[in-house]
Design a protein around this ligand. Structure first.
Ligand SMILES: C[S@@+](CC[C@H](N)C(=O)[O-])C[C@H]1O[C@@H](n2cnc3c(N)ncnc32)[C@H](O)[C@@H]1O
Length: 269
């Protein structure tokens, strides 16, 4: 599952190589009941692969293998934490269903996993999100405990307790939205295209909190590519563009590019 590793000749420390990314506090462990609730919400099956990014002392690894019957894979950088997890798995009688890797979790290929668990910190969830979106199997579910993944929409049965974790299905095409080309209307109003699933019911675009108008483009809308919307941006404004959309599959909050608009109306440059 791991990508090719950097050569390690022992002359540099993990910190110098930038591998100590994340919070290296395995003691910051989730309680067993939080793991169980999250893995139930994610519907982890006994024929599935559970991958925990930053598995710490291995509580989740053992619960996934023992209580859910899954093949359980832990990625962890700290040797002591791996040894401790191995001992727990042996004590629980599930060592044959547990695989532990001492790797940098940023280099792991998660494509073989059905349920991925991470409890790493807000910035790290954000950084990993793009890689997971790209590599995960379409049916995969991601549990992000402690912190949400910005820009992802939790599944309707997501847990709402702070530490239990939110369950996502990032590769679900119904929950994908994308940004298109910038342009302008005949009167100079700046525009940007936005595409979301075909069941769009409601849309609230905002540029730095200021409402923007959106109109569906029927000619460019179809079931395969979703609904195309042309957003007309406030004539003078700057900041992050966000769109809140309601679809049959759920609600989406999509963060957009940072934009600055300048009106060409009324003689402005
Ligand atoms: C906050 S603890 C969570 C432990 C466990 N998942 C839990 O929730 O109970 C984060 C774990 O991720 C590990 N970690 C952080 N960055 C890592 C990296 N780049 N590669 C591998 N493991 C990492 C840390 O050593 C630590 O054990």
């Amino acid at each position: 599952m791991a990508d090719a590793r950097d050569p390690r000749d022992g002359s540099t420390t993990a910190d110098e190589r930038g591998e100590l990314f994340g919070v290296h506090i395995p003691e910051l462990q989730l309680p067993g009941r939080e793991y169980r609730a999250a893995l139930e919400a994610a519907r982890l099956g006994d024929d599935e692969v559970y991958l925990e990014l930053g598995s710490g002392h291995g509580r989740g690894i053992v619960i996934a293998a023992r209580d859910f019957g899954a093949e359980s894979i832990g990625v962890e950088y700290l040797e002591d934490a791996i040894a401790r997890t191995q001992r727990s798995a042996e004590r629980a009688g599930v060592a044959d269903r547990v695989r532990l890797m001492r790797e940098d979790l940023r280099r792991i290929d998660p494509s073989g996993a059905d349920v991925i668990h991470m409890h790493l910190g807000p910035a790290f969830h954000d950084v990993l999100a793009a890689r997971l979106e790209r590599l995960l199997a379409p049916h995969a579910r991601v549990v992000a405990a402690g912190w949400r993944v910005p820009g992802w929409q939790p599944l309707p049965d997501a847990l709402d307790r702070w530490d239990g974790g939110y369950v996502y299905r990032p590769a679900d095409p119904r929950m994908q939205a994308s940004w298109g080309a910038r342009g302008q209307l005949a009167d100079g109003t700046p525009t940007i295209e936005f595409r979301v699933n075909a069941d769009l019911a409601e849309l609230q675009p905002r540029l730095d909190g200021i409402p923007a108008a959106g109109r569906v483009e029927p000619d460019r809308t179809d079931a395969a590519r979703g609904t195309a919307v042309l957003l007309a941006l406030p004539p003078a404004g700057s900041g992050e563009l966000t769109v809140w959309a309601r679809c049959r599959a759920g609600r989406i909050t999509q963060r957009g590019p940072s934009v600055a608009t300048v009106s060409r109306r009324n003689g402005a440059p």
